[in-house]
Design a protein. Structure first.
Length: 208
């Protein structure tokens, strides 16, 4: 599944905390494209991961048991977003995490809306994932790794955390082969927005 022009729902605007929170409450997220005004997306097909569909294969389960990694929550948000911005990605010449996007999500974190999960090898940050908690629904934005399987393990730690607080699914926005192997599925925009509204109405508290 790839994002197309039909998935764009707005153009322009700012990246203030209030703007971003309002956007996420309506299932919309920003995605800068070089040499274009700021674009806002709500994909016609949205990738979601229902926790009951989570697939942890044998090799990943083995890596999970033997990793020796230490996991934290919100211990190094800025470093996680920097890691996501710096890791090369196939088919992308530059990162969508521009300085303006970085500043915006760091501000969201300071406002208690954006959160990260980190994986450490001793004192070295080896993987991380960050996303946005809007009224008890969580949208995963990006992740990175510097060790094999570390990004998968940090995502599993995020899912464990969210599930322990009553959430049963995760918005992963756009499908990737990695997410598909873990059990993510595409759903239509209307179904996603209905699910988002139902989850927000539950009033879950996902983070302290």
């Amino acid at each position: 599944m790839s994002v197309t022009q039909d998935d764009i729902v707005a153009v322009g605007g700012d990246l203030d905390v209030a703007t971003l929170v309002a956007a996420y409450r309506h299932g919309v997220f920003p995605w800068p494209v070089e040499r274009l005004p700021l674009l806002w997306f709500s994909p016609r097909e949205r990738a979601v991961l229902d926790f009951v569909e989570l697939h942890v294969g044998r090799s990943l389960a083995r890596a999970r048991r033997r990793s020796g990694l230490r996991f934290t929550i919100d211990a190094a948000f800025a470093s996680v977003i920097d890691g996501c911005a710096s890791v090369p990605r196939p088919g992308q010449e530059s990162t969508w995490i521009t300085p303006a996007m970085r500043a915006a999500y760091v501000a969201l974190h300071r406002a208690g809306v954006a959160h990260s999960v980190e994986a450490w090898r001793d004192d070295q940050l080896v993987a991380g994932v960050y996303g946005v908690d809007v009224d008890g629904a969580f949208a995963a934005e990006s992740m990175f790794h510097r060790e094999t399987d570390a990004s998968k393990l940090v995502l599993l730690r995020l899912i464990e955390h969210l599930a322990a607080r009553g959430l049963d699914w995760l918005d992963v926005q756009v499908m990737t082969p990695h997410l598909q192997r873990l059990g993510a599925q595409p759903i239509l925009r209307r179904a996603f927005l209905h699910r988002l509204a139902r989850t927000r109405a539950r009033g879950l508290r996902l983070f302290p």
